[in-house]
Write a protein that binds this ligand. Sequence first.
Ligand SMILES: [Zn+2]
Length: 267
Amino acid sequence: MNGFAYKDVGEMRVYPLYCGGDMTDWAIFDPFDARVGTKVFNPYFIYVATHPDGNVLFDSGPHPDLRTDPHSRLGASADSFQVVMTEDDWLVPRLATLGMIPTDISHVVQSHLHFDHAGGLEWLTRAKVYVQREELAFARHPPRYQREIFVEKDFNHPIQWIELDGECDIFGDGLLRIIPTPGHTRGHQSLLVRLRSQPVFLLGDATYLVSKMRTRSVPAIAWSPDAFMSTWDTVETIEQTEGARLVATHEIDFETSVPMAPQAWFA
Ligand SMILES: [Zn+2]
């Protein structure tokens, strides 16, 4: 966390863009939670960071066909996901609320390649897409226990992949740093954004809920519990040393905890 000479962050903002969600059993968040057997609304988000050298998108969100024809994306497993989306709850209409089109995005950071995070890549073939090398391999040949949630059609496009083997400081100025956070998937990564008021650590699915990370409760969808433990130590170290605000994609109290664009943002 040391050794970076930060340049003026200027007016850089991070816009959280809401993209619908699904109804999820508490068992997915924590198989040992007392509320297992009841469902809760699990939101989807993507985020735009407006760096002076380019707009950086963190995750590309759900594919619009998940609303109109979920079986075309998820096959038989569409029946286990009650997706709740309006026609505006995906990349292109959400970017439009910021006055942007997909070609205004120069860099994409994919936390991982599950269907609710990678469905917008089809519209982002002009951008550099940062992914951990291990994530791409994992997604192309998923283990049986995660086969249903990787949709090859999401990432089987002429994408300008930047395959990483660890950390990456996107513009070399310390303002946008990709940090590996494996556990949920083999090559999961998160994005630390240094803003004027307070750094924001976009966790993706490094944990579904920050509260469950605090108690070291492993979610139902896990590549490695041991990797989760190590990742959560890393996340809390960065939280403390950077004074960072932690933002998990699927935080269920998002209506009060996340400033939602275009009306609100992190700065
Ligand atoms: Zn996921």
